[in-house]
Design a protein around this ligand. Structure first.
Ligand SMILES: CCCCCCCC(=O)SCCNC(=O)CCNC(=O)[C@H](O)C(C)(C)COP(=O)(O)OP(=O)(O)OC[C@H]1O[C@@H](n2cnc3c(N)ncnc32)[C@H](O)[C@@H]1OP(=O)(O)O
Length: 135
């Protein structure tokens, strides 16, 4: 879906335009696709936090239809930490800055060994992250 994310201070921002591949109802993005974008945005905050963590849960409020072929922006920020629990939030906004969807996510910090289960090499940049997790 061409989601582009970047770190801007302690916020993650990005742009996405949904197309027919993410269609749910005619002309409108599927809620699962919207949730994927919000989950990806909050997950990118882990770069800011330098903490390996995984989504334990994510709650999404769909405030307005997310129209296909309309450029959307997404922004995510951390709202708090309680031990291993990272509280993260993200919003998806349309061209008029109307919030079309927002998410509250709980991530749990994990040891890097958690990802070894996937059998893939981990990004080099993650090598220094382990010291912060679990918190
Ligand atoms: C570094 C970049 C990574 C990119 C990640 C991208 C985002 C993703 O898509 S991750 C993929 C989707 N998520 C997953 O695969 C996670 C699968 N789940 C798991 O591995 C485990 O359930 C995991 C790690 C979340 C929690 O297991 P575990 O470490 O044993 O925690 P556990 O001891 O059960 O619980 C710890 C605390 O969290 C709470 N908790 C755990 N799960 C939840 C939940 N789903 N909702 C609310 N609270 C929860 C527990 O109640 C407990 O709270 P307290 O300490 O107050 O009693």
């Amino acid at each position: 879906m061409g989601l582009r994310l970047r770190v801007d201070g302690d916020v993650v921002r990005g742009e996405v335009t949904f197309d027919r591949r993410q269609q749910g109802a005619p002309g409108i993005a599927h809620g699962g696709a919207v949730t994927t974008v919000l989950d990806d945005a909050v997950a990118s905050l882990l770069v800011v936090l330098e903490t390996p963590a995984v989504t334990a849960n994510i709650h999404v409020d769909f405030r307005a239809p997310t129209l296909l072929h309309h450029p959307m922006t997404v922004e995510a920020r951390a709202t708090g930490r309680d031990g291993r629990k990272l509280h993260l939030t993200a919003r998806l906004l349309d061209e008029r800055a109307t919030v079309v969807a927002e998410a509250q996510a709980l991530f749990l910090a994990v040891d890097l060994e958690h990802f070894a289960k996937g059998g893939e090499a981990l990004p080099e940049a993650w090598s220094g992250w382990g010291a912060n997790a679990p918190g």
